[in-house]
Design a binder for this molecule. Structure first.
Ligand code: 5GP
Length: 118
């Protein structure tokens, strides 16, 4: 698989605002935030899309959600709620082919409309 910009971020070849790092994963703020808090959690293993996840990757992929909640708890944003999204391929709007969990928090999010739930 060809290298993406996220491999460069993992290798600290280009800067990013890193929020969390361990042996399996890295989390950093999205360069184009869509919410007051918008960060990406990625595995250090370069997996191109959700379609490329192997059975042996289950632990690391599940770990991404734990990292998301861990960071949000540290920032006091977990309880009010948030959204995680992983886009896949063209119709899913994926632009970087190294899987990443988007984590959006800090405001009521669109779709499903927040007002419909009041
Ligand atoms: P996708 O469209 O693949 O689901 O999401 C890719 C995300 O990566 C986008 O939200 C985009 O703003 C973010 N992104 C792309 N390049 C960089 C970068 O160099 N640094 C950071 N921090 N985020 C990036």
């Amino acid at each position: 698989m060809s290298e993406t910009i996220f491999t460069k971020i993992i290798n600290k070849e280009i800067p990013a605002e890193i929020l969390y790092e361990d042996e399996m994963s890295l989390a950093f703020r999205d360069i184009n935030p869509q919410a007051p808090m918008h960060f990406l959690v990625i595995p250090k293993k370069a997996i191109a899309t959700i379609n490329d996840i192997e059975k042996e990757d289950r632990e690391v992929v599940g770990h991404l959600s734990w990292v998301a909640a861990h960071i949000l708890k540290e920032h006091g944003l977990a309880e009010q709620g948030f959204r995680t999204v992983m886009n896949c391929n063209e119709y899913g709007g994926q632009t970087v082919y190294h899987i990443h969990l988007h984590v959006l928090a800090g405001k009521p999010l669109g779709w499903p409309p927040y007002s419909d739930k009041l």
